[in-house]
Design a protein around this ligand. Structure first.
Ligand code: KIV
Ligand code: NA
Length: 270
């Protein structure tokens, strides 16, 4: 009998077998991955992947909670983490706690993720001291796209020191793990060696303590663009369009529905 994994299980996985993670936004996706991943992130990428937004800035608390509730219904053993959306935690640590508490209460998730390093350390400390486990996210933080000036690699050259300082600050503040997004390989390895908490890479290094991908990216279901760090393990977008085209053709040819899909006018025995 397996029990649901906890933030402490994730923290304690440091140095062991690599942690496996994907995003999910719906019950069936969550069910599909529950047996195969250690934790599932209800990412604010939901805004771009499922709702067609241009960036993650338009994602709301209501969207995160609705998708969090759907994912929770599909999980038995994998742990769930829910992203705090833009504008729900940056103002004050009290605002962050209020919204994090709402996410935990309304979705049943045992943890939240938020973006930011040194600047968010005080907030991470405040939340963890009050019963909210926090996964941090540093490097490329998509909610700061307008101040970062684009989706570019973070921490190259002279910027390496700041990235390392961000990593140390979130670990010291009590985060149980940290996502490293779009960070050069050697720096990601150095951060992984420095920290006592697991690093979860996305466009970082195979040497990280774990890896995460956006599930629609790796299934080939989201095809608007493909970052370099995405590997497509499936072609569900193409497969889906081919299936829809086949259905349309059969309807137009009166080949669907077939005899096996319709009902006789008299009730048949057995
Ligand atoms: O929202 C998201 O999907 C994420 C992952 C890419 C880490 O934050
Ligand atoms: Na996110």
């Amino acid at each position: 009998q397996s029990r649901a994994k906890t933030p402490e299980d994730i923290r304690n996985a440091k140095g062991g077998a690599p942690l496996v993670s994907l995003t999910a936004y719906t019950t069936p996706m969550a069910q599909m991955m529950d047996d195969h991943v250690d934790f599932v992130l209800v990412g604010d990428s939901v805004g771009m992947v499922l709702h067609g937004l241009e960036s993650t800035l338009g994602v709301t608390m209501e969207m995160m909670i609705l998708h969090g509730q759907a994912v929770a219904r599909g999980l038995k053993t994998a742990m769930m983490v829910v992203d705090m959306p833009f504008g729900s935690y940056e103002e004050t640590k009290e605002q962050a706690f209020r919204n994090a508490a709402r996410i935990l209460r309304e979705t049943g998730a045992p943890a939240v993720k938020l973006e930011g390093g040194v600047d968010m350390a005080e907030t991470i400390r405040f939340l963890t001291a009050r019963g909210v486990p926090v996964m941090a996210h540093i490097g490329l933080t998509p909610q700061s796209i307008h101040t970062l000036g684009g989706y570019k690699v973070q921490g190259r050259g002279a910027a390496a020191g700041k990235l390392m300082a961000d990593a140390r600050a979130v670990a010291e503040a009590g985060a149980f793990a940290v996502v490293l997004e779009k960070v050069p390989q050697g720096l990601a390895d150095a951060v992984t060696a420095q920290l006592k908490i697991p690093t979860i890479g996305i466009g970082a290094s195979a040497g990280c303590d774990g890896q995460i991908l956006v599930v629609d990216d790796m299934l080939g279901l989201f095809t608007a663009f493909k970052p370099k760090f995405v590997k497509r393990y499936g072609t569900l977008g193409e497969d889906g369009e081919a299936a829809i085209a086949a259905y349309a053709a059969e309807v137009r040819a009166r080949q669907f529905p077939g005899p096996e899909h319709v009902f006789s006018d008299v009730e048949r025995s057995a």
